[in-house]
Design a protein around this ligand. Structure first.
Ligand SMILES: *Cc1c(COP(=O)(O)O)cnc(C)c1O
Length: 362
């Protein structure tokens, strides 16, 4: 028998969330982002959930090839582009687009002899200062690209630092859009601007944020990019992580639970032991009171999360027994609440789902 912990991937939720992205930006084509193994949901499962997208975008060159092997025939985009010349050969062979963000990549591209032209997504640094060319050097790089016979279509892209906070005091989305427009003025080619947070700003930004392509990631999996909750944004969770109670302990006043004896009971109470720990991807830093569902009832974690187990307060669920169903996150328990309690974001929890957890589809 396998351990009772299992992650259920809801393919229909991914489809629903993709429709949400389209509804926010009806005029834009959609890159479904499935880097990091489809944000932990599995590359192939994410690909099937995103069958209706116009293209798929990711970071890992080997997984770009894998998408082709799995039969994906629409566009594929490497969001960090090529890391070495062999990646360029692969891109030509498998018709994979790549972002161009730095001079070293441009030199690699200029030195390359490719069997077929590759489509390039020229990236502008509009204030994030991670990847991309400065607005003032953008047109010159564009001209160098244009001169290369083995470059096909050139798309112009940028990435937002603070799209989840419309009026960010340091680098606002409006300021990034302004810099992008200034640096790309007069240059031909489609525009690609928005991550999930930006997509939810599109209705409000109206004509300011015009993007031929959008690049939703987290929203497709039912996580909030920040600001409002996923439910308020009309998103459905694409992953439910659940397990079972494998032990129930009656303890008395003064008794302690788990490593470090962090939790001490005020009075007699019942503790449930759940087959889920940090080696399954549950955050070890989840503090006491992090929410969890037992038999559909909301309760809390007590004591430290250990490698294979965590402990929960069964006071609100007095009838809970060994075998009782525990939902760590997903349907009925927003992943973002668990993340927030643990000082992180839903993105990190999804991506960190451990390989030892069984996965099934619904
Ligand atoms: C990951 C990524 C996205 C998707 O971001 P989300 O916040 O998950 O929507 C979009 N664009 C680029 C360049 C990315 O790397």
């Amino acid at each position: 028998m396998p351990r009772p912990i299992v992650a259920t991937i809801h393919i229909e939720s991914i489809q629903h969330n993709l429709a949400r992205a389209r509804a926010c930006a009806p005029a834009s084509k959609v890159w479904g982002v499935l880097k990091a193994n489809g944000y932990g949901h599995g590359l192939e499962r994410a690909m099937r959930g995103l069958a209706g997208a116009d293209g798929l975008a990711l970071i890992e060159p080997d997984n770009a090839v894998r998408l082709r092997e799995l039969g994906w025939t629409k566009p594929v985009l490497l969001l960090e582009g090529w890391f070495d010349p062999a990646d360029l050969d692969m891109m030509a062979l498998h018709d994979v687009n790549g972002a161009l963000h730095c001079a070293a990549q441009l030199e690699m591209l200029e030195a390359a002899k490719l069997s077929r032209p590759v489509n390039v997504h020229l990236k502008m640094n509009t204030g994030m200062n991670r990847l991309g060319f400065k607005p003032e050097e953008f047109a010159a790089v564009h001209a160098r690209l244009r001169a290369l016979p083995h470059v096909g279509e050139i798309t112009l892209m940028t990435h937002f630092a603070n799209a989840d906070e419309a009026a960010h005091p340091r680098v606002s989305i409006r300021e990034q859009i302004r810099r992008f427009q200034a640096g790309s003025q007069g240059l031909p080619g489609p525009r690609s601007l928005s991550n999930s947070a930006g997509i939810f700003q599109m209705p409000e930004l109206g004509g300011e944020l015009v993007s031929d392509w959008i690049r939703p990631g987290i929203m497709l999996y039912g996580g909030t990019p920040g600001g409002k909750s996923a439910a308020e944004l009309g998103l459905r969770p694409a992953m439910t992580l659940e397990s079972e109670l494998i032990s129930v302990q009656r303890i008395d006043a003064g008794d302690c639970v788990g490593y470090g004896s962090r939790f001490q009971a005020d009075g007699p109470m019942t503790i449930g032991v759940v087959a889920c720990g940090y080696a399954d991807g549950y955050p070890r830093h989840a503090p006491q009171d992090t929410p969890v569902l037992v038999d559909g009832v909301r309760t809390r974690i007590v004591g430290r999360v250990s490698m294979d187990m965590l402990t929960v307060d069964l006071t609100p669920v007095p009838d809970a027994r060994v075998g009782g169903r525990v939902v760590l996150w997903g349907e009925g328990m927003p992943i973002d609440e668990v993340a927030e309690a643990s000082g992180t974001i839903g993105y990190e929890l999804m991506c960190a789902l451990a390989p030892r957890v069984r996965v099934r589809e619904s």
